[in-house]
Design a protein around this ligand. Sequence first.
Ligand code: SIN
Length: 486
Amino acid sequence: MFHASIEPLLEPFCHWQRGVWRSSTGPHFDVFNPATGALLATVADQGAAVAKAAITHAHAALPAWQAKSAKERSALLRRWFELIMEHQEPLALLMTLEQGKPLAEARGEVVYGASYVEWFAEETKRLYGDILPAASGDRRLLTIKQGIGVVAAITPWNFPSAMITRKVAPALGAGCTVVLKPSDETPLSALALVTLARQAGIPEAVFQIVTGKNAAAIGDLFCSDGRVRKLTFTGSTPVGKRLMAQCADTVKKMGLELGGNAPFIVFDDADIDAAIKGLMLSKFRNAGQTCICANRILVQAGIYDAFVAKLVAAVAQLKVAPGTEAGATIGPLVNGKAVEKVESLVADAIAKGASLLAGGERARAGKLFYQPTVLGEISRSMAIFDHEIFGPVAALMRFESEDEAIALANDTPFGLAAYFYSQNMGRIWRVAERLEYGMVGINEGGISSEVAPFGGVKESGLGREGSKYGLEEFTEIKYLCLGGLG
Ligand code: SIN
């Protein structure tokens, strides 16, 4: 039975009744399994009033949390990491049930998410300040880094675990308290992580969760409450822009991980097999529902036909099925709107001259499944060139020269991830430096790691998550001037 291993993780918030986890309190909303449409859970539908109370508790909890030594906070994070790893299997199963990704990917995400907690448990102990050479002998100048205060975090459904840990672990490590609003599509993984954080000994008021359908009301409150000193958000660019405007009134620090439109460039001098492998990883991970998925695949004319043939053969190996089924590699999309968006991008491309090389319609596995699809000869006038697909559609475009590839790649307001394949060292440096992106995969399709800074330029966001930089995002630098020493 699926629920037996999962139930203890949800018990503080839900109880198992007639085949469904039911919210323990008041108004609630439904969470469905996207693979089957079955009702999985009902979760507390909380709004701005609960969010405000959570901020009050988080604000009150700050002094005691900040008074803990870095070593003490590190030990609590380390314990949280260990508990996540001990519960890898039920967490993965829960994720597959509510989000749809294949179980193997869900297992991978649990480990990936946990790696941020482990990393920041370690980095927390290295939040160093500086001693600055003073201009006169009677002074000593120094800087210290302090946790910024109460942090509000809004996280998405596509990585229900890792996007939480990537924000919450550095915030807690830096000495901030956190109020988390997870996506209403995937609140169960978030609740399970909170349960484990509490079991690890992280105080309730230090890391709180607000679940609710009315994301706008909770978001408005996060933005307008002056006690929240940082808002960190992963989601769409339009929502990020709105939050940014709303945060202006209280001049909040912001972390924004927004949309992408990743180019994946394959030059004539590339190792084609390596490029196919990297593309399959980058394009079809999570059924194409990541912000760093290859969105526009630019292939140089000399290898275009050979590349297409290999890609179509690789795509034919993918298995579309519910994530709990053995061997599944492509799960459902998140909801009906996502499927309609993919359908309309594909239809627009075909109407404007793209060739359909594989797939191109809904899959039989269920209402929210879409066939892995390959489109050839896409062009600049097609909507698919400008819009994040967020589905399992590989859209290929032919180019002639390096300059043309760079111009096409940069012809977008987005700047999150880019990828290119080449074996020419001069070209590798030239192209890497000219791409206007926050992250560049060179002969590599899987670039995410807790040790690396994740984030974008242009309209893809502000700030970096993960790595040594990810901790600093949750701190303020304070300058101390120690005078009268002459
Ligand atoms: C995202 O899609 O925003 C996250 C992807 C990742 O962390 O690899």
